[in-house]
Write a protein that binds this ligand. Sequence first.
Ligand SMILES: *[C@@H]1O[C@H](CO)[C@@H](O)[C@H](O)[C@H]1NC(C)=O
Ligand SMILES: *[C@@H]1O[C@H](CO)[C@@H](O)[C@H](O)[C@H]1NC(C)=O
Ligand SMILES: *[C@@H]1O[C@H](CO)[C@@H](O)[C@H](O)[C@H]1NC(C)=O
Ligand SMILES: *[C@@H]1O[C@H](CO)[C@@H](O)[C@H](O)[C@H]1NC(C)=O
Ligand SMILES: *[C@@H]1O[C@H](CO)[C@@H](O)[C@H](O)[C@H]1NC(C)=O
Ligand SMILES: *[C@@H]1O[C@H](CO)[C@@H](O)[C@H](O)[C@H]1NC(C)=O
Ligand SMILES: *[C@@H]1O[C@H](CO)[C@@H](O)[C@H](O)[C@H]1NC(C)=O
Length: 321
Amino acid sequence: MFQILTMLLLEMQLWVVSGLFTVEVPQQLYVAAYGSNVTMECRFPVNGSLNLGLLSVVWEQKRQGQPESRDVYTLHKGQALPPSQHHDYMGRAALLHDELKSGRAILQITRVKVTDAGSYLCLIDYQGADYKYITLEVTASYRIINTQVMRKGNEEKFVFICQSEGFPLAEVFWQNEKNISLTGSANTTYMLTADGLYNVTSILMFKPNTSENYSCIFWNKELNEETSAHFSTLALLSTLYSGQKSLILFIIATCVIVTVLLSALIIFQKRKSFKKCHAKKKTGKLNPSLTDENRDDYSPQTEAAYFSTATFSRDSGNVSL
Ligand SMILES: *[C@@H]1O[C@H](CO)[C@@H](O)[C@H](O)[C@H]1NC(C)=O
Ligand SMILES: *[C@@H]1O[C@H](CO)[C@@H](O)[C@H](O)[C@H]1NC(C)=O
Ligand SMILES: *[C@@H]1O[C@H](CO)[C@@H](O)[C@H](O)[C@H]1NC(C)=O
Ligand SMILES: *[C@@H]1O[C@H](CO)[C@@H](O)[C@H](O)[C@H]1NC(C)=O
Ligand SMILES: *[C@@H]1O[C@H](CO)[C@@H](O)[C@H](O)[C@H]1NC(C)=O
Ligand SMILES: *[C@@H]1O[C@H](CO)[C@@H](O)[C@H](O)[C@H]1NC(C)=O
Ligand SMILES: *[C@@H]1O[C@H](CO)[C@@H](O)[C@H](O)[C@H]1NC(C)=O
């Protein structure tokens, strides 16, 4: 590889002096979204039909703060040189061969990664040599925000969580619908994922005002892009309330059925014995008070169950964001 480069550079020096062969770039800066495909182009003069056997193209990447440059793609005298390719670009970087005949050395990188960002050298030797640099920037928007709400123990405080991945690092703001900031009480942390993305988690713990909705906002400064997720506290609490309401309805219905059955039983017993009937009436009075006790026992549990339902529906609702 180094031999080829040295050879090309020597040849280039001769030609640059004579100024006969120049490489040009129609676009100096490319910005690609994480996971997308990008094509970067260098142009070189081709007179008539291309003689592929005389053409060498080298694409190299240099990352900021990294001393070593990486081989992205090398075509040597018309032949691809896969062994020199950096493993990170294997199966992802290619030269669009069909475009060479029109003097376009187009590098295509698929499934762009954060580590693909940097400065790209394109060096072309075709009976003369020259090179240019192209800059590639990679961005990833905080498109999907995962949310979660939890009650903090038995306290009135709630824990609101927003989590998302993107690049570069986003700032997270929290606010109510009057745009009053709550960011001060939030704790935002981040980790780097294996793909070089920032995994940002922001946790806000406070006692919400039931008549307000809250949002977390991810601000990607580089993209000047805001994405947000919303928490509707009203919906949360009304679900709780309607949960209790249906529980009460259920208990009333049960009481009615029990009373009807007991009455039927009492009437049936009445026919058998007049004295026994009197004793049964007393048990009939005892039973409804038992169901009253049951109601008190079940309430908190069902409240908890409805609460977790509310949390779940919030999660699934946000997948569509
Ligand atoms: C990227 O390129 C690959 C291979 O050419 C193709 O299969 C894929 O659909 C492209 N993806 C996008 C987002 O264009
Ligand atoms: C292109 O080729 C033709 C003939 O093959 C020649 O006359 C002409 O000078 C060449 N032009 C350049 C720029 O090399
Ligand atoms: C809050 O900010 C948003 C966007 O910045 C704006 O559309 C909205 O009108 C603001 N609301 C209030 C109450 O200021
Ligand atoms: C924020 O959370 C991290 C990790 O959970 C913790 O170590 C840190 O002390 C917290 N900071 C504040 C100000 O609560
Ligand atoms: C991001 O962080 C959260 C918790 O901090 C974790 O549950 C999640 O798996 C992480 N995601 C990735 C892709 O690393
Ligand atoms: C809750 O919000 C309502 C409506 O925005 C407001 O009138 C009330 O003062 C708030 N209560 C508290 C305790 O912040
Ligand atoms: C909170 O959000 C819900 C659902 O998005 C909406 O129906 C409700 O009106 C909002 N509450 C307030 C106080 O704006």
